[in-house]
Ligand binder design. Sequence first.
Ligand SMILES: Cc1ncc(COP(=O)(O)O)c(C=O)c1O
Length: 391
Amino acid sequence: MKQGIHTTAIHTGMELEPRDVTPAIHMANTYLFESAEEAAHAFETEGQPIYTRWGNPTIEVLERKIAALEGAEKAVATASGMAAVSSALLAALQDDGPKHIVATTGLYSGTFHFITKDLPHFGVETTLAEATDPTAFAAAIRPETRVIYLETPGNPTLALNDIAAIAALARARGILTILDNTFATPVNQRPIALGVDVVVHSATKFLCGHGDAMGGVVAGPADFITRVLKGPIRHFGGCISPFNAWLIARGMTTLPLRMERHNANSLRVAEWLHAHPAVAWVRYPWHPAHPQYDLAQRQMPGGGGGVVVFELKGGLEAGARLLNRVRLCALTVSLGDVRTLITHPASTTHRSVPRETRLAAGISDGLVRLAVGLEDVEDIIADLEEGISNR
Ligand SMILES: Cc1ncc(COP(=O)(O)O)c(C=O)c1O
């Protein structure tokens, strides 16, 4: 039966105990067998509860929910977003012979380091392709390219990859595409419907929504997800705690509702910043000042998301003054929370990315990242005005 996204977020994947209206939390590490024969049978049959690193009924609630929202056949939950990114890539690179990845320049710093520093130790070569230029991806492909890795909108530049164009050129060459959908969420952008094979998330962010549980997910074709589960998750061990999975699945019941407000508040804040005389530039996918506004309207039909980036005319110094003066906006390094969070990526999250690489990717020294929360937008704006003004 076709149903709306709010209904899917609330009802899908629950599998409730009799008379319960919320899923139980199964914290057991292992499960009792009634006989030696039953134990042996469980090891031969898919989906039997055996040991939580192999699968767990509470974790499966989260997995079914994200698979339904992303339109994927199957999903596997992980201990963090980085566990999702690394597990998906390791599963995709599980074959003999030379291996090469083409990745977008607009990467979260942890992913950037995993791809450019860790994977080369395992013999994997990488080429970074300019995020906004699909032809750069086509030009970077080699005969041994196994994966095209995308992140759109990118953290923190909000540069967009043209999903449909890049997925089509990858598919034509039999190359797997993996896309980090953390910033958009499936409420705003459905990469699998646009031709992408596999979606990953830092569930720590919008999926959880309340800043109190770390997690990640990989969603995609059933055979690929089974490969992620049976290889990297079981053997590198990045499985999620059932309690965190429960918190994230609970958060996801209000994901579409929260995203509507993240979208609306962020657009208002972007418009206000754009009109402010002390602001040098502002970028938000659904604001016409974004250089890829038309693409955002096409591939993010749900909205522009919950992150706005900008730079004050006084650059780094003025940005630091703002960060020190705001009271409502919390000075942190995360995003996707009910409360507004403010970050200076060049000195924190992207500090370890070489300055030249950072600047080339559009992360200027004075860039401020605002993860707009669900407060009354007038209060967020008043806090920013206090911080920006020279009073
Ligand atoms: C786009 C993106 N992907 C992945 C990650 C990693 O997620 P986690 O911190 O949950 O490991 C982050 C973290 O900020 C992120 O912003």
